[in-house]
Structures are given as structure tokens and as C-alpha cells.
Design a protein around this ligand. Structure first.
Ligand SMILES: C[S@@+](CC[C@H](N)C(=O)[O-])C[C@H]1O[C@@H](n2cnc3c(N)ncnc32)[C@H](O)[C@@H]1O
Length: 334
């Protein structure tokens, strides 16, 4: 092969979309679970996955090339690599995001709209759905069970939020954009005198309410469906904004902070916490940095940026906490 051809080949394979989609199709069709520890012929796999034998055969043969399946005559079986794709009851299954019919998998496919972000500065979801991800999920319907089964505990140095001294005195809090209530659940378990209202779009609030009812904590945690750009419940001690502002441009971020300030009044405070990759991580993991840029309005805000947005919303920054992947700013009305 000539040097030119080799470079050509290298770039083409770097941009390949077929293999990633083949793996995702295999996951979506649960091929590893159907094959299990046995061996199956094409026709049986086509029946089990409700697919057409001719294209399925092409998929299976590509999975053999990828060393996910091996072929013995007419029969297919899992290799050691392919066996890793099987679900085992009760064990965390790390491949959920590869199911292209699931919420997370559909979200990942948004990467094909990267040009939209580059040309407009908007998240890829605007190119894909004409709106932000959360509004889209709220509108598609029938996702509550999926959200319920994917509910994961809060992460990314969440102790910066959960150990914040404001909770010791607080009796009431609104978790603004509190998602499916996982963080609220941690807060009420750690602070017995605290009551939390989760405010999120209706589909997420429904799942949060289901969580509180299932856990028997509905007397201390409630969920309200609505938009955080509309007036918020007033008079709580703390308004928590955790991992929210990165999804919004400066104008919307200030609008949201003003809304929190309005509800908090001079007595309340706002705990603003953002998840952020350090400059060092961004330099090393350029793919992750690009992905975050594609799915968020502004993933790079620094403490100074957040302080400036708060000031524009009439808020004064007090205590600031910083960990490897998260910052928290305590804000009060000036
Ligand atoms: C990145 S998640 C953060 C969830 C949670 N606070 C955390 O720390 O993990 C953003 C949340 O904002 C919610 N959200 C987005 N737009 C909203 C709106 N207009 N009104 C209320 N909630 C909204 C989403 O539904 C989602 O639950």
C-alpha cells in the first residue's frame, strides 16, 4: 500500500460509523443475551430478535470480524469479549447507553449533529429535536419507567454539596432542577430536620415523587412539576442549583438566578454548584471536552464566571468550595 493510501485508510477508518452502529444494533437487539452460553443459527437469532435474516447475517459476520462472536459452521457463539455484553440479573449493566432505542442511547446519537453546535453554539439537541434535551425528554412521553430504572446516585464530588454547612441550619430547601430526587433523598437522610421540594419538569418530578413514596419519605420530600423559569415556591431557606447552569447560556443563567433570588428573598440563600472538568482534564481528554461542548450551552464556566453571573442577577457570592470535579458557591441577595 502506498503511503498516501495508508493515510487515506487511516482517516477513513477514524471516521467509520458502521462499526459503532453495528455494536449498538447488537446491544439494542440483545444478541449477547439471546446467544448466552450456547450456540445459535442465523434463523433462530432472526426469530428471537424479530429481524430480517439477510441483513442480520451481515451484522453477525461483522461481529465475528470484531471478535464479539465466533462462528462454527452455521452456529454463532459469544467470544470472551462478546460475553461481557450479557446482562446478569441484579448486576449493573454498563452498556445501557449503547441501546439506540433507549433514552441514553438516543441521546448519544446526537453526536452526529456536532456541526450544529459548531455553527450556532447551541447544544446538538437543538439541531436534533429543535429544543433542549430536557424539554424533549419531558415531551416524548412513556419515559418514566426508563428514568426510574436508570436513576443513579448523585456523583462528581457531590460531598461539596451534601457536606455544605448551610444544611445544618436549613429547615426547608427547594432543589431547583432536582431531577428524579436522588440528591434530595441523600440530603433528607443526612439532615433529619430538613424538608426538600424537588422542582423539575413534570416527567422528572413524577419519577422523584415515585422515589419518595417508594422510600417512605414522602412526608419530608415532595416533587413539583413545572419550569424553573416560572415563579418558584417562595420562602425556603436554601435554593439548590446543582449541575444546572452549564445547560444554559449566560442570558438564561442570569434569568434563572434572578428567579431563585426572587423566591429566596433576603433571608434565603442559593447554593450554586456546577460540575466542571479542569483545564488539565480538558487538555488530556479532548474527546470528552468536545462532547460536553456539544451537549451543553457552556460547560467551561469558572468560579469567576459564575460569580459574575450571580452579580448580574443581584446576588453576592459568599463561601466558595472547590473539589476536583465540582464547585459550590453560596449566594445571597445583595
Ligand atoms: C443535569 S440535570 C441536573 C440534575 C440534578 N440537579 C443533579 O445535580 O444531578 C438538569 C436538570 O434540570 C432539569 N430542567 C431542565 N430544564 C428545566 C426547566 N425549564 N424547569 C425545571 N427543570 C428543568 C432537567 O429536567 C434535569 O433534571
Amino acid at each position: 500500500m502506498s503511503a498516501d493510501m495508508a493515510l487515506h485508510q487511516k482517516i477513513i477508518s477514524m471516521a467509520d460509523l458502521v462499526t459503532p452502529m453495528a455494536v449498538r444494533a447488537a446491544v439494542t437487539l440483545r444478541i449477547a443475551d439471546h446467544v448466552g452460553t450456547g450456540q445459535l443459527p442465523l434463523q433462530e437469532l432472526a426469530r428471537l430478535t424479530a429481524t430480517m435474516p439477510r441483513p442480520l447475517e451481515k451484522l453477525l459476520k461483522h461481529l465475528v470480524t470484531l471478535n464479539i462472536l465466533s462462528q462454527d459452521g452455521d452456529l454463532y457463539q459469544l467470544t470472551e469479549l462478546g460475553a461481557a455484553l450479557r446482562r446478569e440479573n441484579g448486576r449493573f449493566w454498563p452498556f445501557e447507553s449503547l441501546d439506540v432505542e433507549g433514552l441514553m442511547g438516543r441521546t448519544e446519537l446526537s453526536a452526529i449533529h456536532l456541526l450544529h453546535t459548531l455553527r450556532t453554539g447551541e447544544s446538538v439537541y437543538h439541531g436534533m429535536y429543535g429544543t433542549d434535551l430536557w424539554a424533549h425528554v419531558n415531551e416524548v412521553g412513556n419515559v418514566e419507567d426508563e428514568l426510574w430504572s436508570h436513576a443513579v446516585p448523585p456523583g462528581f464530588d457531590i460531598e461539596v454539596v451534601t457536606r455544605h454547612p448551610c444544611w445544618k441550619e436549613a429547615r426547608t430547601a427547594v432543589d431547583v432542577g432536582g431531577h428524579t430526587g436522588a440528591l434530595a433523598e441523600v440530603l433528607i437522610s443526612e439532615y433529619p430536620a430538613l424538608r426538600v421540594t424537588v422542582l423539575d419538569l413534570p416527567v422528572f418530578a413524577n419519577v422523584a415523587q415515585r422515589r419518595f413514596s417508594a422510600a417512605g419519605t414522602a412526608d419530608r420530600a415532595t416533587a413539583v412539576g413545572g419550569s424553573f423559569f416560572d415563579p418558584l415556591p417562595e420562602g425556603a431557606d436554601v435554593y439548590l442549583l446543582s449541575a444546572i447552569l452549564a445547560d444554559w447560556d449566560d442570558a438564561d443563567a442570569v434569568r434563572l438566578l434572578r428567579n431563585c433570588a426572587q423566591a429566596a428573598g433576603p433571608q434565603g440563600r442559593i447554593l450554586l454548584s456546577e460540575v466542571c472538568l479542569s483545564e488539565r482534564v480538558r487538555a488530556v481528554d479532548t474527546g470528552m471536552a468536545l462532547w460536553l461542548e456539544a451537549v451543553m450551552a457552556d460547560p467551561d464556566r469558572t468560579i469567576d464566571d459564575l460569580t459574575a453571573l450571580a452579580a448580574e442577577a443581584g446576588l453576592e457570592t459568599g463561601r466558595v468550595d472547590e473539589a476536583m470535579t465540582r464547585v459550590a458557591l453560596e449566594l445571597r441577595v445583595r
